[in-house]
Ligand binder design. Structure first.
Ligand SMILES: [Zn+2]
Length: 384
């Protein structure tokens, strides 16, 4: 009997076991994919450290940055997610956490990543009742069945693309999307200066993505010099700032600002996953710059220190300080248009233009005895 070797973990902190499962029978809309390559993601490491916020079906096979070749498929599986034909011998990749397409979030907010209420985790149907299953990429093969899990997405790869290169497509996608999030708020344009916090795999892929998407200069803050910052230099980083050399947030902020010059960077992207990266990175930005948090997803914080939730919740967090000259007519027009729709004047409590009146106005406001203390130097011209 033909068999397949699969690695499993019994839970966080355990060692991997290689187990043997029977070669599955291939259903009509299913495929068996021989794995050429599967990356080790920071998410896998978090899972192994016990950081995953929800229960997981241990024992399980990790690995979702996979690239492989279809070795057998059912006749009902004819095309990939983009409509490209699938045949035995095709190179493919499968992303994790694919949306169901039917829940409230999928129907109404399809552009928010991974907010699906019922996501298909690895997109792979479990053909056997008991583990080990054929669903994680740290295995000789994975089995997918789109009849059983229709949310599974298969993407055909270019025939000439090596599986090594293809296994970077999943993490690179996260980087491209993060930059497009910045584009969507006008925060990333051709020529912009970009600072990347973190020099792990996401940091390096972000560097490549930023360069390919038109960044002017790209600066990476990370460690260690070998192999990570050296690789960033090989990828064309204009400068690197070592957190081993600059050991305090203040020193790193000063070093980055010295390099970027002017008022600070246009865009800072956190790829480090470090809880303090956000407050530090904001100080590397120019006023009016954009910060994208993509480095943190686990329960690494509480309500009091929940910066990581910006990433987990896929939210837009925008600063807004005062206004621009072009905003003023918006307020004048709104007041004019809506003058009779609200009791505007009940906001205002009038005080006369005398020393006692001004003192009473400020005291009344401080004591919250009024809403908007308003000084009236010339009551005769204030009709209404
Ligand atoms: Zn859904």
């Amino acid at each position: 009997m033909q068999t397949v070797r699969v690695s499993t973990y019994d839970g966080p902190g355990t060692a991997p076991h290689i187990q043997i499962v029977p070669y599955p029978k291939i259903s009509d809309k299913a495929a068996l994919i021989q794995i050429g390559v599967c990356g080790v993601c920071g998410t896998d490491l978090h899972i192994l450290k016990g950081h995953w916020p929800k229960p997981l079906p241990w024992p399980l096979t990790l690995g979702h940055e996979l690239a492989g070749v279809i070795v057998e498929k059912g006749p009902g599986l004819e095309a990939d997610f983009m409509g490209q034909p699938l045949t035995v011998g095709c190179k493919v990749m499968l992303p994790p956490l694919m949306p169901c397409g039917e829940c409230d979030y999928c129907v109404h907010y399809p552009n928010n990543a991974n907010r699906c209420l019922n996501p298909t985790y690895y997109g792979r149907y479990i053909p056997f009742e008991k583990p080990p299953h054929l669903w994680g990429g740290w295995a000789e093969m994975v089995y997918v069945d789109l009849e059983m899990l229709p949310a599974t997405k298969i993407y055909r790869l270019p025939d000439t693309m090596s599986l090594m290169l293809a296994s970077l497509s999943e993490p690179l996608t996260s980087c491209i999307r993060a930059l497009n999030r910045a584009v969507s708020v006008g925060g990333f344009r051709v020529g912009h200066t970009v600072v990347i916090q973190g020099s792990g795999p996401i940091g390096v892929l972000m560097l490549a993505a930023a360069r390919e998407m038109g960044a002017g200069r790209v600066i990476v803050v990370g460690a260690p010099e070998q192999p990570r910052l050296a690789l960033c230099q090989a990828f064309g980083a204009d400068a690197t700032v070592s957190i081993e050399e600059y050991t305090t947030a203040r020193a790193r902020i000063d070093a980055v600002r010295q390099i970027v010059g002017g008022y600070g960077a246009d865009l800072v992207v956190d790829c480090s996953g470090h809880p303090s990266a956000g407050p530090e990175g904001i100080e590397m930005l120019r006023d009016g710059g954009t910060y994208v948090e993509m480095g943190q997803f686990t329960d690494a914080g509480s309500i009091e220190t929940n910066w990581h939730r910006i990433c987990v919740k896929d939210i837009n967090l925008l600063g807004s300080w005062a206004f621009t000259a072009n905003d003023i007519p918006l307020a004048i027009n709104m007041l004019d248009r809506a003058r009779n729709r609200y009791p505007w004047h009940r906001i205002q409590t009038r005080f006369p233009f005398t020393e006692a009146g001004i003192a009473e106005a400020t005291q009344s406001a401080m004591d919250m005895r009024c809403v908007k203390a308003t000084i009236v130097p010339n009551a005769d011209i204030c009709v209404g």
